[in-house]
Design a protein. Structure first.
Ligand SMILES: Cc1ncc(COP(=O)(O)O)c(C=O)c1O
Length: 390
């Protein structure tokens, strides 16, 4: 079946699916570590790379392959690779992209463990400069002769600032560096970084792609040659995803469009409520017209997503507010059916030294909210009663 002219949901449901042999309508879970060789010559051909096929699930698994083909199609990529977590995907992608002696430019506001990974890279002789990539002049000024990679999230976790994917990609390519975008907050439904000029897109599939908060996963998508190298690196690191997790994420992706539309609609209603509230200092959501990069958001993404950050007026009110909530769940992670709320300074970004954190705008007063799929009035009611307590 050709999906060339199909819309997003049709592709999300059908792309990569192969169930001809048994007639199974859903993708089977190939819960096996090794695959049987037909004979010694077949084994030698597979192991020698002269023939493509299944050998061992750390390298290739038919269930995971469906997920990889589906994600490649949705991102407009030549190929994709699935890993056991978002961090396994980001680590494998970064190790594929740089070597000792190279220089990386990374946005200063990124997920805490990714920030920590870049700090760790210094041990391997890779120098990293953190800048605010939302201003392209900072990126340009940070370039060295040996800069090989520019990395950012857009929107950035947790300050929700945006980086101009096309402008940074064009400028970086002129200077010989590749661009890697963590597009977890947007998913390919709202944003396709590769079509905007980026070289590699990474995701925590734990979030919206799976969508139900019941497994971890990660995705790398890009050019075939790049994914071939990444697969080699990833096989040696060993962060392969389990077939069951791949299956859960495949199932999640089939409803991605309807979930993202609802997350977006709910988040807009919640952002408008927070924006006008006298206990809230600032609301950071790219869908609000007073977000500093509202126009850029409109240009490079077809939706603003389901994540809102907001600042209370006083940091000492943060625990009072969080502990008063009755339905919104105090937990890290994001992008699932339930509304999750957390305090980056003491939770997801606790690894970033306070001095740097404050400099980057990850203030002690900042709260991140992953707006779920509940009825928006119920989310707003819970936040309203929590704000009343401070
Ligand atoms: C933007 C972003 N990227 C990457 C990750 C890491 O993903 P995982 O927890 O699946 O390793 C996270 C986790 O919260 C994230 O928010």
């Amino acid at each position: 079946m050709s999906l060339k002219k199909s819309g997003f949901s049709t592709r999300a449901i059908h792309s990569g699916e192969k169930h001809e042999e048994t007639g199974s309508v859903t993708t089977p879970i190939y819960q096996t570590a090794p695959f049987k060789f037909k004979n010694a010559a077949h084994a030698a051909d597979l192991m020698g790379g002269r023939m493509k096929g299944y050998v061992y699930s750390r390298g290739l698994n038919p269930t995971t392959e469906v997920l990889e083909e589906k994600m490649a199609d949705l991102e407009g990529a030549e190929a994709a690779l699935a890993q056991t977590t978002g961090m396994a995907a980001i680590s494998a992608a970064v190790f594929t992209s740089v070597k000792g002696g190279d220089h990386v430019i990374a946005d200063e506001v990124i997920y805490g463990s990714t920030y920590d990974l870049f700090i760790d890279l210094k041990k391997f002789g890779v120098d990293v400069t953190f800048v605010d990539t939302s201003d392209i002049n900072n990126v340009e000024k940070a370039f060295h002769r040996n800069t090989k990679l520019v990395f950012f999230e857009s929107p950035a976790n947790p300050t929700m600032k945006l980086t101009d994917i096309k402008a940074v990609s064009d400028m970086s390519h002129d200077r010989g560096a590749a661009v890697m975008v963590d597009s977890t907050f947007m998913t390919p439904y709202f944003q396709k970084p590769l079509l905007l000029g980026a070289d590699v897109v990474v995701h925590s599939a734990t979030k919206y792609l799976n969508g139900h908060g019941d497994t971890l996963g990660g995705i790398i998508a890009g050019a075939s040659d790049y994914i071939k190298s990444a697969r080699h690196t990833a096989k040696n690191i060993g962060g392969s995803i389990t077939p069951f997790s791949s299956w859960l994420i495949i199932r999640g992706i089939k409803t991605l469009q309807i979930r993202m539309d609802r997350h977006n609609k709910n988040a807009m209603a919640v952002a408008e409520f927070l924006h006008g509230h006298d206990k809230v200092e600032t609301t950071l959501y790219p869908g609000l017209p007073d977000h500093p990069q509202y126009q850029l958001g409109k240009k490079q993404s077809s939706g603003a997503g389901g994540i809102i950050s907001f600042l209370l007026k006083d940091a000492k009110d943060v625990p009072v507010f969080l502990d008063s909530l009755k339905m919104c769940t105090l937990a890290v992670s994001l992008g699932e059916t339930a509304t999750l709320i957390q305090h980056p300074a003491t939770m997801t970004h606790a690894v970033v030294p306070r001095e740097d954190r404050i400099k980057y705008g990850i203030m002690d007063e900042l709260i991140r909210l992953s707006v779920g799929l509940e009825d928006p009035e119920d989310i707003i009611d819970d936040l309203a009663q929590g704000l009343e307590k401070i």
